[in-house]
Each structure stands twice: as C-alpha cells, then as structure tokens.
Design a protein around this ligand. Structure first.
Ligand code: NDP
Ligand code: MG
Length: 393
C-alpha cells in the first residue's frame, strides 16, 4: 500500500506549522511538502520554502508578496498572495492532506475549500469548528473527508476510540492544565499583564492560544470542538483540571470503562498521529517516566473565576451563531489584551457583552457566519474604544 502523502501546511510559520515540518523532516520517506503558507513571518516562510522545495507558497499578507516572490525567484516554486489564494491552492490535485494550522477565523475559508476538494484534513485550527461546526462537519461527510484532530485533547479522544468507533460514548473528559493562573482569584487576575499570561506552565504555543489557555477560553473552544468532532451532546463533555498535562483526555464508554491517552506534553505526537493515521510512526520524542511523576492530580475547573469556560458552554447550549459570536469577540479581546488595551478579565466581559448584543440566528448558513463574524468584530472594537467595558473584578 502506498502511504506516501503530499502535504499542504496552511500556517507553516506558526507553532503547529513548524512542528509539522519537524515531523516531515524526520520522515521524508512518508511525507512531501506540496504547499506552505504564512502571513507575517516572511523570512521564515522563505527559509522553509528553500529547505522543503514545495510546489507552491502563499503569503496571506498581500503587501509582502513581492518580497517573497523575489526571494524565491531562483527556485521552481509558485508564489501567490492572499487568503483567497490559500483557498484556491487547497484544491490542487497533488495535495493529499491539508494541515489546517492557521490561527483563528482566518483559517475557515481555506479549510472549507480543502474539504470541498476532498482533501483529508489534519485540524489544528479549532476556531473553524467553533465558528461553523455544523457546516464543516456536514461538508466533510458529503465529501467523504476525514477530519483528524491535531489538538492534543481531541487526538487523545481519537486515539482512545481506535477500534471502538461503533461503541457509543457515554462521556468524555477534556483535561486542562489550568494555565499560569490556576488557583488565583479575580482580584489577582484583574491586574495581570500579558507577560504573565504568556508563560504557560507546560506547553509552548502561539500567542493567541496561550492567552486562551490562561483564561480557560481555550478549554471552552475545545468543548465546542469536541462536540462537532465526536458528535456529542453538551452534557457528555466535561472538563477536568490536571496540572501535569500527562493525561491528555479520557473517554468513558457505556459499560463504565474509561480509556485515557497519556504521554509527555509534546504537540509533535498528535500532529504526527493525525498525519499518519492509522499507522503509528516510530519517534524519538521524550518518553514519560512514572517515577518523575509520583502524583497525577485532578481538580474541578473554577468557572466562577474563569468565566470564559461557562460562556463557551452557554454559547454551545444556545447554538445557532452564538459560538461564532463567542469566537469573534474573543479574537478581538485577545488581540486587545496583547496590545495592553484591555485587562485580563475584560476579555470575558467583552465576550459576554457581544453574546448579549449581537443578533441571534438560530439556523445560520455560511453567509450568516461571515456577517456575524464581521458584525461582532465591529461591535467589539467599538466597545473597546468607547471604554464601555465595565472594569471587571
Ligand atoms: P501561531 O500564531 O504560532 O501560528 C499561526 C499561523 O497562522 C502562522 O503561520 C501565521 O502566519 C498564520 N496566520 C496568522 N494570521 C493569519 C491570517 N490572517 N491569514 C492567514 N494566515 C495567518 O499559532 P499556533 O500554531 O499556536 O496555532 C495554530 C492553530 O492551532 C490555532 O487554531 C490553535 O488554537 C491551534 N492549536 C495550537 C496548539 C499549539 O500547541 N500551538 C495546540 C492545539 C491547537 P505568520 O506566523 O507568518 O504571521
Ligand atoms: Mg488543546
């Protein structure tokens, strides 16, 4: 059986993208790079292109097109610009699998396009499922496309389900480290700065997801992601804080049996599993040693302090375009926090306000999602600039 795959990495210059390239570099007999895309980090994109010699490179930021084009002139590599081009390139016949590793809503269009073109998807871009989980999963079914989770918790669930796909799930437990502010109260959180929030105890990731992890919004987004990936009801998805990040998540079956997937925190493993499923590829990733972790501990999530997790559950229960509103407001909130425009707790206030304000649509289509995303961003930006956010405590 020929298992060689031609891979397109959307977001190759990011944390997931560069680690996907590490996996490919170690397994050149199994994977070839067909497409690379970046947004801001042109020099890294050019360096990657020269090393991996893909068919095509796309720079999302159109103002940087000439720079990339000129740098890659001596090579036989096509260069395009803009997110529309990423969506176009997704349809290339030569691509077997797309690694969707763009951060945020910006990754939606190209992921939909890749699914429509029948490409297998390794999905890191959880926001895609948060914004339009119904559309994405329906389209995947229609086109016979498998969506392989890259997110470590969802990869854990997927790994536990191997050989069990016909057995109903009773419940899943998504584990969360709790982030850098585990155990803190709102009085402490109101003054924390981005430098503190960017220090994740166990994972090194892009800035947006690191802030989401500190505020527990990441876990909220993952609850919504899990609903769509595994076809679960909201009551079947629980979150449990597990500070050591060794158990990556747990499935409970209808006979009460629980399966967990474990290992040291290293995103290369779930990335590689999504790329190689159903095979496992031998790796030299660091191995877990029980003696270094005599205690694995668990505690409930503090949703009074970290309200974002409750907001995500509420948005999921309400359905329609609510998760899309949640996501758009959160993207603006994180961006504003990273630019010191709002405080840590005000991120949640902004999301809550947008969920209350933006027009609810019970059965949205693609256009509705586009409009909801746009409208929420405008309203959120106005709320920030008019200082209408209540100082949260
Ligand atoms: P990064 O910020 O490190 O990378 C994001 C990538 O997307 C970069 O290649 C970036 O390009 C590109 N990008 C950013 N904005 C745009 C845009 N507007 N249009 C097109 N491309 C854009 O993020 P991560 O790698 O950390 O995360 C990527 C996704 O994976 C997120 O959805 C995240 O939630 C998810 N994820 C990440 C994990 C991790 O460990 N990092 C774990 C689990 C999930 P450039 O750098 O050139 O600007
Ligand atoms: Mg995760």
């Amino acid at each position: 059986m020929n298992t060689h795959k031609n891979i397109a990495i959307f977001g190759s210059t990011g944390s997931i993208g560069t680690q996907a390239l590490d996996v490919i570099r170690a397994n050149t007999d199994k994977f070839t790079v067909e497409v690379l895309t970046g947004n801001d980090n042109v020099d890294l994109l050019i360096k990657q292109a020269i090393e991996f010699n893909p068919n095509t490179v796309v720079i999302a930021d159109e103002s940087k097109y000439l720079y990339v084009k000129q740098a890659l002139q001596p090579y036989d590599i096509k260069v395009y610009a803009g997110n529309k081009s990423i969506a176009e390139v997704a349809k290339m016949d030569s691509i077997d699998m797309v690694i969707a590793a763009i951060v945020g809503y910006a990754g939606l269009e190209s992921t939909l396009s890749a699914i429509e073109a029948g490409k297998q998807i390794a999905l890191a871009n959880k926001e895609t499922l948060v914004v339009a989980g119904d559309l994405v999963t329906t389209l995947a079914k229609e086109n016979g496309v498998n969506i392989y989770p890259v997110d470590s918790e969802h990869s854990a669930i997927f790994q536990c389900l191997a050989g069990e796909f016909h057995n109903p799930i009773e419940k899943i437990y998504l584990t969360a480290s709790g982030g850098p502010f585990r155990g803190k109260n709102r009085d402490f959180l109101k003054d924390v700065k981005k430098e503190q929030a960017l220090k994740h105890p166990n994972w090194e990731m892009g800035a947006k997801i690191t802030i989401d992890s500190a505020s527990l919004m990441n876990k909220g987004l993952e609850v919504i992601e899990a609903k769509w990936l595994f076809g679960l009801a909201v009551e079947q998805i629980d979150v449990i804080i597990h500070p050591q990040s060794i158990i990556h998540s747990i499935v409970q079956f209808t006979d009460g049996s629980m399966k967990a997937q474990m290992g040291l925190p290293d995103m290369k493993l779930p990335i590689q599993y999504a790329m190689s499923y159903p095979q496992r590829i031998k790796s030299d990733f660091s191995r877990f040693n029980f003696m270094n972790y005599p205690q694995l501990t668990f505690e409930p999530a503090d949703t009074n302090t970290f309200r974002n997790l409750s907001l995500a559950y509420e948005a999921l229960k309400k359905g329609g375009n609510s998760p899309c509103i949640l996501n758009a407001a959160n993207e603006i909130a994180v961006d504003a926090f990273l630019k010191d425009k709002i405080g840590f707790l005000q991120m949640g206030d902004l999301v809550e306000k947008c969920l209350q304000t933006i027009h609810f649509i019970s059965k949205p289509g693609y256009e509705d999602y586009i409009n909801t995303n746009k409208e929420t961003r405008i309203v959120a930006a106005e709320l920030i600039s008019s200082s209408m956010l209540i100082k949260s405590i």
